[in-house]
Design a protein around this ligand. Structure first.
Ligand SMILES: N[C@@H](CCC(=O)N[C@@H](CS)C(=O)NCC(=O)O)C(=O)O
Length: 212
């Protein structure tokens, strides 16, 4: 049995849960982190010294953290050829976008767009927000050009890299800010929203994270 420690409102937990959902794996998820707390105890830090969610364990396997590493573990262990390409070249060709979303798009979008919009207007750094909006537009256009090549990153169906890339798109498309004109990205998001596992695990309200 797979166990996931982490609140459903965390995008990094959502990524892992969406992968579990796509792969139809038996699991249990424990509410930890945020308002639930529980991630700063000695027992929790023994599992993840960062004190962050998610933490993951598959049966008696190693305790894992870092959401993208967990999705790759799930792909390698349970995915078919479409979900986890066996060719290193084919896999790296989609994995580069997974890395990019974690290291480039996410850091541009999450702290300055997502978390700013969850603050009251009088507490926002408007100049930083405007700069981030511009940067995220440029990045969205890059992703749009890649998604013009096919329905999913790996062709006609979903692969592990779509999970790492697609999770944040619920926040990206439901927040009120000036987005790039990116029709392929929009069509990709619409395809994701039609997937039951995405709807269940990634389209999770962030209202409880809003700063009063
Ligand atoms: N790079 C880590 C980041 C993990 C992370 O930042 N988790 C956040 C939630 S998205 C967290 O644990 N925040 C503290 C909390 O929820 O209490 C990953 O991808 O798993």
């Amino acid at each position: 049995m797979i166990t996931v420690w982490g609140r459903a409102t965390s995008s990094n937990v959502q990524m892992v849960m969406w992968a579990i959902g796509e792969l139809r794996l038996e699991h249990k998820r424990l509410d930890v982190g945020g308002a639930f707390g529980g991630n700063d105890t000695p027992e929790y830090r023994a599992m993840n010294p960062n004190g962050l969610v998610p933490v993951f364990r598959d049966g008696e396997g190693p305790i894992l953290w870092e959401s993208a590493a967990i999705v790759r573990y799930l792909g390698a262990t349970y995915g078919d050829e479409q979900f986890w390409p066996s060719s290193p070249a084919a896999r790296a060709d989609v994995d580069k976008w997974a890395e990019w979303i974690k290291t480039t798009f996410g850091p541009a979008f999450l702290p300055t767009i997502f978390w700013t919009l969850l603050k009251p207007a009088d507490k926002r750094d408007h100049a930083a927000f405007a700069a981030a909006e511009k940067r995220v537009k440029t990045l969205a256009i890059m992703l749009d050009a890649r998604l013009a090549e096919g329905d999913y990153l790996g062709g006609s169906d979903i692969c592990f890299a779509d999970i790492i890339v697609g999770t944040l798109l619920y926040r990206y498309f439901t927040l009120d800010f000036d987005r790039a004109d990116a029709p392929h990205l929009r069509a990709y998001y619409d395809r994701l929203t039609a997937r039951p596992a995405y709807a269940t695990h990634a389209m999770v309200s962030y209202e409880s994270l809003r700063e009063k």
